[in-house]
Design a protein around this ligand. Sequence first.
Ligand SMILES: C[S@@+](CC[C@H](N)C(=O)[O-])C[C@H]1O[C@@H](n2cnc3c(N)ncnc32)[C@H](O)[C@@H]1O
Length: 254
Amino acid sequence: MYKIVTADRFLWEGINLEGKIILEGGTSWGNTTRLIAKKVSENNWNTELISVDIDDSHFNEIEKDIQPVFKKLNLRRGDLSDLYFIPSNSIDVVICNYTLSSVEQFPLRVMKTLKEFYRVLKTEGQLLVTEEMPIWSVDSKDYTYWSKRLRIIKSISILKAMATFNEIHPSDLEEGLNIIGFKNIHWREFNEKINAEMAVKFLDKKKQNLIKGSNDLENENLTRGFVDLTEKLVKKFEETKEFLAPAYILKANK
Ligand SMILES: C[S@@+](CC[C@H](N)C(=O)[O-])C[C@H]1O[C@@H](n2cnc3c(N)ncnc32)[C@H](O)[C@@H]1O
């Protein structure tokens, strides 16, 4: 979906996946999955990958592209907060990019997920997380496109009583990881580049959510106002190629 250029150097610094078993949380359209495959292929590593998502709609195309790179590849439909199909102390590295805010659509599910990551990791095993910063924690003037898009998407979800992403501040995530028992927790903020064309598609999907179905608030002006906001922002996005989003990478060990 979004073409995201992660802070590659910090994420991969000191990481060697030779002979390792990796768990990826949140396969989605396979952005990070393909990034892992590229690293494994470039380094000729002998690596096993289990990638888990609650939605398996992209599994076939991803599997076709990257299967030969891995010693073993398992794309598995499942809930990250209940990894009953993965034995305890069996995983060397957990990589979870842009997924915890999606898991936290249902409050506290992230704590269950982090507990599962801790359980499946081997002692000293590594957790790598990339996430967007919460909108309240940055100056929206520095990120106008990102901030407007996020506010419109979240507001439409709330109007339609749908679950919405909850970005987690790195210091809160650090505290949660501490409670569970993770150590060597450190994080770094950076600016992520997001492809504007894909952001338009996502906004358009949200606009359709708004228009379709009943308007149980029974206020046509509200709906029209949001449609207008969305369409104006889409026009702006069409004038740009990519935009900046505030993000962070967090690393920790079991
Ligand atoms: C933004 S996408 C992930 C992006 C991807 N990791 C990347 O790097 O581009 C978030 C994904 O989390 C998945 N997800 C949300 N809650 C989940 C849960 N409880 N268990 C497993 N997957 C979940 C969604 O289905 C979605 O595919």
